[in-house]
Design a protein. Structure first.
Length: 184
């Protein structure tokens, strides 16, 4: 009988501790949310500012093309659209070059998800950055796709993948998102 009463007291003590921890967790979660929201807004603003700065730099260098002109170039000239994707949610940059990356590349071209996981495809990523997507030394032009609906972008992507267009679509992970080497 004494053992049953001790077990009940222990259960009530554990229950009371759980309720107390739950009540204390509410203000901690509220403070965390209050800190996270401004951080996310600041992060998003910083990304947008960097993208605007790059567009201004590319416009000054004569390396910015509108979406309409890009579509015309892909239809008439062909070439390659380089989709430089920092993460699945963005930012995403589109670059156009009249060259065929499939023929020009000395490296195998693979999909973005495989490319960004490790450093084994780093030579292709660095080659593509140096030759095409570098703001300083690249030859590709940045496509201004800021107000273009995603549906229109992915329609073009599907057409390029199916072979219906003369152009090619290549996904590239930028060097900034590659895993760091040990010791860095």
């Amino acid at each position: 009988m004494l053992e049953i009463e001790n077990a009940r007291e222990q259960k009530q003590g554990v229950l009371s501790l759980g309720v107390l921890m739950g009540v204390l967790a509410i203000p901690v979660a509220a403070v965390g949310a209050c800190l996270a929201v401004p951080y996310i807004f600041a992060l998003r603003w910083t990304r947008q500012w960097r993208e605007r700065k790059l567009r201004v730099q590319m416009r000054a260098a004569g390396r910015l093309i509108s979406w309409v002109d890009f579509l015309r170039s892909m239809r008439d000239v062909g070439g390659s659209c380089i989709e430089e994707k920092f993460s699945p949610k963005g930012p995403v940059r589109f670059w156009w070059t009249p060259e065929d990356l499939g023929r020009e590349s000395p490296y195998a071209i693979i999909d973005w998800f495989t490319m960004h996981k490790g450093r084994q495809h780093e030579p292709f990523i660095l080659w593509c950055r140096q030759r095409y997507t570098s703001a300083e030394s690249g030859s590709a032009v940045l496509v201004d796709a800021t107000m273009v609906p995603r549906r229109e972008i992915y329609t073009l992507w599907a057409e390029c993948r199916s072979g219906a267009k003369r152009g090619h679509w290549v996904e590239v992970a930028p060097p900034e998102i590659l895993p760091r080497r040990s010791g860095q």
